[in-house]
Design a protein around this ligand. Structure first.
Ligand SMILES: C[S@@+](CC[C@H](N)C(=O)[O-])C[C@H]1O[C@@H](n2cnc3c(N)ncnc32)[C@H](O)[C@@H]1O
Length: 261
């Protein structure tokens, strides 16, 4: 399907692949990225099959294969070069890597069903909320009856709450990058999916975002007189607070879990 900035999005990921070290293709914030992966990894188990939406250069694939004896892994991504890179890391003969635009998934795309369908910030690259919901539903068709879809994606609702708080302290608004459309939580809660049902939305990163985007942002601006950066000790402290959920509103990244209907 066509959607806004599709080609630009493709070029953006290709450029990141060419310019960055392998652990920074997916994100510049490698600390947060590891926690996002952990959210997914903690819900998988041995001898299960996994279908990944947006496998990129295979960081999560490698972690999955290191952690579990999977029966099968299928990685999909629309950037040909990334799929090839992921395929070059193939660890098990049962694993398959396919160039696939997630908005083109149909009932004949895969010839088997899966225990887990996963995505780490892939669906938010589709700049159309209806196409995002359709992609979730269409991938949901390929879930086994007791399967789970685990999506770690950004929430626009949480970003707005972060910005409301930042405004109180004269901090600039944060905008989603041009190649992302963050999830609309109200839409997800009320959408009439045919193949899946929303089980939970986990704001696992709320304390991390509260500390980095509000407390550390204030500290950097008001006292340090510098821009925040990912290696600062406050970022590291914030990472250790991940998952405690002392706050819940500010989880710009959330774990959306769906089960088969
Ligand atoms: C944040 S990266 C995730 C990479 C990988 N999961 C990892 O952990 O390293 C998002 C991925 O989504 C892919 N993507 C963006 N739009 C897509 C689309 N329409 N169909 C399939 N993949 C897409 C990008 O190419 C990129 O590799």
């Amino acid at each position: 399907m066509e959607y806004k900035f599709k080609q630009e999005n493709y070029d953006f990921w290709l450029e990141r692949f060419k310019k960055n070290s392998p652990n920074k293709v997916c994100s510049n914030d490698i600390g947060l990225d590891a926690f996002e992966s952990q959210q997914i990894l903690s819900k998988i188990s041995d001898y299960k099959s996994v279908l990944e939406i947006g496998c990129g250069n295979g960081l999560l694939y490698e972690e999955l294969r290191k952690s579990y004896k999977l029966s099968k892994f299928v990685g999909t991504d629309f950037v040909d070069e990334l799929v090839k890179e992921c395929a070059s890391k193939k660890i098990d003969n049962n694993d398959i890597f396919i160039q696939l635009d997630m908005t083109e998934v149909a009932q004949n795309t895969f010839n088997s069903k899966f225990d887990f369908v996963i995505s780490k910030r892939a669906i938010q690259n589709v700049l159309d909320h209806s196409l995002q919901m359709e992609a979730i539903d269409n991938f949901g068709y390929f879930l086994n009856d007791d399967g789970l879809m685990i999506l770690v994606e950004s929430s626009n609702d949480a970003l707005q709450k972060i910005n409301l708080e930042r405004e109180k302290y004269g901090l600039q608004r944060i905008y989603a990058p041009f190649h992302n459309l963050f999830f609309d939580d109200e839409l997800i809660l009320n959408y009439d999916f045919k193949n899946v049902k929303l089980k939970s939305i986990d704001p696992f990163a709320s304390d991390f975002y509260f500390i980095t985007r509000i407390i550390y942002a204030r500290y950097a601006r008001e006292y340090l007189k510098e821009d925040p950066y990912y290696d600062h000790p406050m970022q590291k402290i914030a990472l250790t607070m991940m998952g405690k959920q002392i706050t819940t509103f500010f989880s710009q990244i959330k774990c959306y879990i769906f089960e088969k209907i």
